[in-house]
Design a protein around this ligand. Sequence first.
Ligand SMILES: NC(=O)C1=CN([C@@H]2O[C@H](COP(=O)(O)OP(=O)(O)OC[C@H]3O[C@@H](n4cnc5c(N)ncnc54)[C@H](O)[C@@H]3O)[C@@H](O)[C@H]2O)C=CC1
Ligand SMILES: O=C([O-])CC(=O)C(=O)O
Length: 270
Amino acid sequence: MVLKIGLVGCGAIGAEIARAIDSGEISGELVAVFDHNVERAEELASSLEVRPILSELEDLVERSDIVVEAASQKAVPEVAKAALERGRDLMIMSVGALLDRSLLRMVEDLAEENGSRVYLPSGAISGLDGLKSAGAGRIDLVTLTTTKNPKGFLGAPYIEEMKIDLDAIKEPQVIFEGTAEEAVVAFPANVNVAATLSLTARGARVMVKIVADPDAEVNIHQITAEGDFGRIITRVENVPSPRNPKTSYLAALSAIATLRSIAEPVKIGT
Ligand SMILES: NC(=O)C1=CN([C@@H]2O[C@H](COP(=O)(O)OP(=O)(O)OC[C@H]3O[C@@H](n4cnc5c(N)ncnc54)[C@H](O)[C@@H]3O)[C@@H](O)[C@H]2O)C=CC1
Ligand SMILES: O=C([O-])CC(=O)C(=O)O
């Protein structure tokens, strides 16, 4: 059976996913795309060998086996409800949205009631396999330190609210410290990975530090987790997506790897 994929969001991640389906790297069919920026959807669709239709959300869901959200945290409630109520599988990239407890419960309940699966890729970080194993025991604390070039934080609600002048940052500067729940609201397009860590760590405290470094050419996520298993330390130096400096290329690759693994009979890793 050919997996029918519907894509919501035609930006940096969505475009990489679409190209991977088009080239046969992901075995499936991109049946429909939706973006509230219609020009973006049109531009992506017309760049592909096998052109998907441009559709509205409801129609996209109807045509798909799996709906891929690669849009924004704000899009998640509507996309999740539409997909899960119709028993479709769902992959979510804007994982930060799920730190809203009531949304997480709705997603879990609808998935269970309708026999759907929800996939949350590792995104731009490494080490979730070990953290998942550790979560079977006790995890005491997880810390995430994210470093990006200041231009990667442009437009973040926290930057605007605190009136932080990103151009004035001339050396590495900690611009935010807080919990994962606070971080995903303050920087919705920068630290979805904090939510992925939090959900993997099964309720353990996840503390986030965000550093703006004007010399940074890579997006760094350094993670330390401690518990009765010992300590895990991971650090990824991510190449930013050329289309969107907020987003690391690895995040798109993790979405592609997740879609590929759905079709594979042998599952590797925790
Ligand atoms: N889980 C992870 O590790 C990572 C998650 N992300 C998140 O994944 C999402 C996609 O990332 P990118 O492709 O880099 O973003 P992007 O900004 O390059 O593209 C997003 C696209 O979605 C569209 N869009 C936004 N809200 C929409 C809505 N409500 N309905 C329809 N279309 C909508 C935009 O017009 C845009 O074309 C973002 O929320 C981003 O923060 C990004 C990097 C890593
Ligand atoms: O791509 C990254 O480096 C991480 C990111 O933006 C996110 O988690 O939202």
